[in-house]
Design a protein around this ligand. Structure first.
Ligand SMILES: C[S@@+](CC[C@H](N)C(=O)[O-])C[C@H]1O[C@@H](n2cnc3c(N)ncnc32)[C@H](O)[C@@H]1O
Length: 348
């Protein structure tokens, strides 16, 4: 009923008031005929055909599970700021306030509220004790590895969740640079302020480093690339409606452009963690295939966590794995200089 009435109201907002009664009649008929119940029983019916095909091509055995999970209500997962409190201490505080939670098996900073609540009702949220972040997204520090004393670049940083997590996990980084497009920077600033963390914040295009890079290479680079979002449909159901098949090739082109431009900023021996919130092979292993073909000084390093599955080049969590969203991670390492010479000199 809520969907019906807001759709009818939308006709007025979209300056099409004459469509109100038509929209009302169509949606009410749909409800009378039990269409909404059929969708619930046949979970993947809500996903467009082209996207189901993409799921099927990427995951022949799991595509139905992916589609069904994409229709579930996502859990509200918190990230405990280890600079302020341990997860155990925060759970004790929640128990005292009668708020039931579960520990997430994916990350030592993650826990899930049994009943979602607005942020202002989450103890410690405004003081920066906790943030809202999916549990699979909290695997980044684990896959990136220790960054003590290191110079780190977060190349697609907004709204800043992963940058904040890195800063919370390692107070002794040499520096964290966080870059995103200018219009997205205020989101990062807001999160940094709430959590009381600091980084070098840059507004710009990460694929054009000549405009912002100081020439000193990074030990580690995080590329949490823009993607289809096919792994987070349960959180953003509108993806089903707005995404078009042709969007995929555009996002793959951006992903490859970002990786290629940023690779030269990495020290020999350094590592780049490529992340997407997608389950589609096109945006994941196939992007890495293309990257490796054109960069002989790059190699992938095997990574794994307790939940998810190994892919040709990385690690994939499907929606619902360990309670998290669908995320892909690949760790690319830049060969030290001598090895690079050896490889080139043998003509590989
Ligand atoms: C998946 S989101 C990043 C989420 C972020 N890492 C976090 O954890 O909060 C992808 C980001 O890439 C940014 N982006 C897209 N193209 C970019 C470019 N050429 N340079 C820098 N950032 C870009 C988008 O604005 C978006 O904020």
């Amino acid at each position: 009923m809520a969907v019906t009435s807001s759709s009818v109201d939308a006709c007025t907002h979209l300056k099409r008031p004459s469509y109100r009664s038509l929209v009302n009649a169509v949606l009410r008929k749909h409800l009378r005929q039990g269409g909404h119940k059929r969708l619930d029983q046949n979970g993947y019916a809500a996903t467009p055909h082209w996207l189901l095909n993409e799921f099927r091509q990427s995951w022949p055995d799991e595509w139905q599970q992916i589609a069904t999970e994409s229709n579930q209500r996502p859990p509200q997962t918190l990230r405990v700021n280890h600079r302020q409190l341990t997860r155990g201490a925060y759970i004790t505080e929640l128990c005292r306030e009668g708020i039931p939670v579960s520990i997430s098996p994916l990350s030592s900073s993650a826990l899930t509220l049994h009943r979602p609540r607005p942020v202002h009702q989450i103890p410690g949220f405004s003081e920066g004790v906790v943030s809202i972040q999916d549990a699979a997204a909290q695997l980044v520090p684990w896959f990136l590895g220790p960054v003590t004393g290191q110079r780190v670049l977060d190349a697609c940083a907004a709204p800043g969740s992963k940058a904040c997590h890195l800063l919370e996990s390692e107070p002794n980084m040499a520096a964290l640079w966080a870059i995103d497009l200018p219009e997205r920077i205020p989101l990062i600033e807001q999160n940094f302020r709430r959590l009381g963390v600091e980084a070098v914040l840059l507004a710009g295009d990460a694929s054009q480093p000549n405009a912002w890079w100081d020439g000193e290479r990074f030990d580690a680079i995080l590329v949490d690339a823009p993607c289809s979002g096919a792994g987070v449909i349960r959180r953003h159901p509108d993806i089903r409606l707005h995404r078009r098949p042709e969007d995929l090739s555009a996002s793959v082109a951006t992903q490859i452009k970002l990786l290629s431009a940023l690779w030269t900023l990495l020290k020999p021996g350094g590592r780049l963690l490529y992340v997407t919130c997608s389950v589609l092979e096109q945006e994941n292993d196939r992007v890495v295939d293309s990257f490796l073909t054109n960069h002989v000084d790059a190699q992938t390093k095997k990574i794994q966590s307790a939940w998810g599955r190994s892919t040709r080049h990385g690690w994939q969590l499907l929606p619902g794995d360990g309670g998290g969203d669908g995320f892909y991670f690949a760790r690319l390492e830049r060969r030290p200089d001598q090895q690079q010479h050896a490889i080139t000199s043998t003509g590989l």
